[in-house]
Design a protein around this ligand. Structure first.
Ligand code: FHN
Length: 394
């Protein structure tokens, strides 16, 4: 594998935590990104939405600052979702952001802000397209169109990666149907280290770097979208909403609590996976306050506990009923939020432990180790009930 690609993969894994952004003209209707399909809105009625789209309060630097405050290291944003509208200045269509009252190229501004702030940027792109006439009438012409758009995204903005989503609509012989290997080859000639994710819910193709789990922890398949077990060779990433909607939905107030979101990040890291946590910006370009608050609370927790997440590896123990576990070469981090009845945490650990302490305060904890059996006396109550990190020096 190309050295640049290997380096990009390692950098991606070390980042562990990113912001997913679903944003488009659908946000004007405030009922999520599938509104055109769910409400059977014909293209002729949906397309004029672009003439109303004018996110005057969008500020790329403010978004990037929020990402850094949240402890996130990358952004994956929808350059084009299934509705076919392009949130960037595409040379291949007039159905794009620069032809709206807003006129400006959102992706150019975001790419520049990310580069200045050292935040990585990836583009979500939907090969599935409800707007382009050739999608139904001329598959070869449509293939040239969508391949051309992904190529222009890489050429124009040099993202860290491309995140494809929609091939699941034609799942048979997916590589040949969507000419994926052909596209990946073309992308790697332009940018050898580019990372490729394809949310097709099948076993990753050899040339795909990131296996995605949607609304599920890796290896679980609660919603039936993610039947494949985690690949040993690919990077793993869970993508998840804060409420239940990817695109902005004014009535969806089912927001996960800050504690839940902190634990989900640890559960992903324990499974050697990244977490891509989603926001759906409003039509004016702002991110709803409930989601900003949760992102900031995660960032505060990460400022105290980030060494137990960033740059760590997972799969430390087979089962962690008390929470999760991550590790580096010298340290094992126990992420604890379910205290065992007697306040004692027992582990099977074939390593000699030198010290056991609370990560946040450094205070030592009592423990016993007899061969591979280990018992740690946890403080009651846990200093941080959301997730207390105990660190073992080994
Ligand atoms: O249909 C899309 C959906 O709108 C959203 O983009 C999610 C994000 O992973 N992916 C598809 C559903 O599987």
């Amino acid at each position: 594998m190309e050295k640049q690609r290997q380096q990009a993969r390692e950098r991606f894994r070390q980042m562990r935590f990113g912001l997913f952004v679903h944003w488009g003209i659908y946000s004007l209707l405030e009922r999520g990104e599938w509104v055109m399909h769910h409400e059977k809105i014909p293209v002729s009625e949906y397309e004029p939405l672009m003439h109303r789209f004018n996110p005057v309060r969008f500020n790329a630097d403010e978004w990037v600052q929020l990402v850094k405050q949240a402890g996130m290291r990358y952004i994956t944003i929808t350059a084009k979702h299934h509705d076919g509208f392009c949130m960037y200045d595409s040379a291949l269509t007039d159905y794009k952001i620069t032809n709206t009252p807003y006129k400006r190229d959102i992706m150019r501004e975001l790419a520049d802000a990310c580069r200045s702030a050292g935040v990585a940027l990836l583009f979500y792109y939907s090969p599935l397209d409800w707007h382009h006439p050739a999608y139904k009438s001329d598959w070869d012409a449509y293939t040239r169109y969508w391949h051309g758009q992904v190529i222009e995204l890489v050429q124009k903005y040099r993202p860290m990666g491309i995140w494809l989503d929609g091939c699941w609509e034609k799942p048979e012989n997916i590589d040949q149907t969507w000419k994926l290997s052909e596209l990946y080859f073309a992308l790697r000639r332009i940018q050898p280290g580019i990372l490729i994710a394809n949310n097709h819910h099948q076993k990753p193709l050899p040339d795909e770097d990131i296996q995605t789990y949607e609304q599920d922890l890796p290896g679980e398949n609660k919603i039936g979208f993610n039947p494949e077990p985690p690949s040993e060779s690919a990077l793993i990433e869970t993508c998840m909403t804060i409420n239940n909607s990817w695109g902005y939905h004014a009535k969806d107030t089912n927001h996960k609590s800050p504690a839940q979101l902190i634990r989900i990040l640890s559960e992903c890291a324990s499974r050697d996976a990244n977490l891509l946590l989603n926001v759906g910006p409003k039509p004016d370009g702002t991110i709803q306050s409930e989601h900003q608050e949760r992102l900031k609370e995660k960032g505060a927790w990460l400022r105290e506990n980030g060494e137990a997440v960033y740059g760590t590896r997972g799969k430390v123990f087979d089962s962690t009923p008390w929470g999760g576990a991550t590790r580096t070469s010298r340290r094992i981090y126990l992420h604890v939020w379910n205290t065992p009845e007697n306040g004692e945490l027992t582990l099977e650990l074939p390593l000699r432990v030198k010290t056991v302490r609370l990560l946040q305060t450094g205070s030592r904890l009592q423990y016993e180790q007899r061969e591979t059996q280990m018992t740690i006396q946890l403080p009651a109550p846990l200093p941080d009930p959301r997730n207390t990190v105990v660190v073992l020096e080994v």
